[in-house]
Write a protein of this length. Structure first.
Ligand code: OGA
Ligand code: NI
Length: 391
């Protein structure tokens, strides 16, 4: 727990950040109380939130009623309005028809969505809707524990390399910290998952992972089929050999207009399967279009294309830039499953696609190197792809 003097520092920290930047600085210089909360004081906040693992949730629970400066995003990253355009035009795809008489039609819907927005929703996906409800409940259960129960999963202290709890993406390198707590669970095998993943979520997360993998593989098959590639089972397994379930918790935020839940980014892997709750706030930006919200749809799963699939398809399939808005209507949870190649896998545009396109837009890279680069930098839209771009 935090000593009460620290709590004091934090409540001094919680001045409202004025949108009138220079005036605000002037005010701060004149006010000794607020000066203590100036930029130099990022450290105590960082220690409390990130290093000690109290996370954003701990900050809110300590009575914080305004957004501390280190969470305030530059104007360019803020999301002004809660509801811009929604992607309502994109109807959910009914996966129950994928192996029936309507296969061609369903495959076409999947291919089109992957080629344009890089995001779509699926229903009748074979993952039990009861399981989806349990997942959201267990995410709440995990994050609503006292901070000391979660802090055992901080990278610095957790004996297992499979589990990692934290706040934001790479907080030590970010200009502004993302308003998001998370726990990541890497999959190696069932026994290790059931042994090391947090008790509150291990069983449901493992069930979710297993039932979603069937969906992932079927969608990858369909996408590959459209470029004339049939993946051998072994190659398919190595392309989706890295599997991770995350639970994200976006605490209710006093000033959603100043913060960001997750900054603009694309996912690095093949496909992401995401369960979101009813709160909303997931936005996606097509290559030449405006940000639009993926509306929550009960029972549906969100699927999005990651960088690896964009690289393999030589740019045909779009790894979508997306971000998450914060809200003051309640705490939001989401549960993504990230699938990516084995670290030892070499990835590059598939020969069939290069032949068709007459040019390779990406070079071959070792996935381990791609991953290291991805995790070493703060979220910055689709910059991650530059690592594999052909010169
Ligand atoms: C992510 C992500 C979206 C969400 O974790 O990579 O984009 O809705 N999450 O939480
Ligand atoms: Ni993402």
């Amino acid at each position: 727990m935090i000593p009460s003097t620290d709590l004091h520092t934090f409540s001094r920290y919680i001045y409202t950040v004025s949108l009138l930047g220079p005036l605000n600085i002037h005010f701060q210089k004149k006010n000794i109380e607020t000066m203590a909360a100036n930029y130099e004081d990022r450290d105590p906040l960082f220690n409390f939130v990130v290093k000690e693992g109290n996370a954003v949730k701990g900050l809110i629970d300590s009575g914080m009623s305004c957004v501390p400066q280190p969470f305030v995003q530059p104007l360019s990253e803020r999301i002004a309005t809660p509801n811009g355009q929604t992607c309502e035009a994109v109807q959910p795809i009914d996966l129950s028809q994928i192996d029936g008489p309507c296969h061609t039609e369903v495959a076409k819907q999947i291919v089109e969505a992957a080629e344009t927005l890089g995001f779509f929703q699926v229903v009748n996906h074979g993952v039990s809707v009861e399981l989806l409800e349990l997942l959201k409940m267990s995410a709440h259960e995990f994050f609503e524990q006292p901070p000391e129960n979660k802090a055992v999963y901080l990278k610095e202290v957790c004996p297992s390399k499979l589990v990692k709890y934290g706040t934001s993406f790479v907080p030590e390198k970010e200009k502004a910290i993302e308003w998001k707590d998370y726990v990541s669970m890497l999959y190696t095998n069932d026994d290790e998952a059931l042994q090391h993943w947090p008790l509150q979520c291990r069983e449901v997360a493992l069930d979710f992972l297993k039932s979603s993998m069937a969906v992932v593989k079927r969608i990858v098959e369909v996408l590959m089929e459209d470029v004339g590639v049939i993946l051998e089972e072994e190659r398919m397994n190595s392309l989706v050999g890295t599997k991770m379930v995350n639970m994200n918790y976006y605490p209710t935020c006093p000033s959603p207009g100043l913060t960001i839940g997750v900054g603009r980014h694309s996912d690095m892997g093949m496909l992401t399967v995401l369960l979101q709750d009813g709160i909303g706030g997931l936005y996606v930006k097509p290559d030449n279009g405006d940000w639009a919200e993926i509306p929550p749809l009960n029972g549906a799963l969100v699927i999005n294309v990651g960088d690896t699939l964009q690289i393999l398809s030589n740019g045909k399939y779009k790894s979508a830039e997306h971000r998450v808005r914060t809200t003051n209507i309640g705490s939001r949870v989401s549960v993504p499953i990230f699938t990516a190649p084995n670290p030892s896998e070499k990835i590059g545009p598939l020969p069939e696609v290069v032949e068709r396109d007459g040019v390779a837009r990406y070079k071959d890279v070792l996935f381990q190197d791609y991953m290291n680069n991805f995790f070493s930098q703060p979220h910055d839209g689709k910059k991650s792809l530059d690592f594999a771009r052909a010169d």
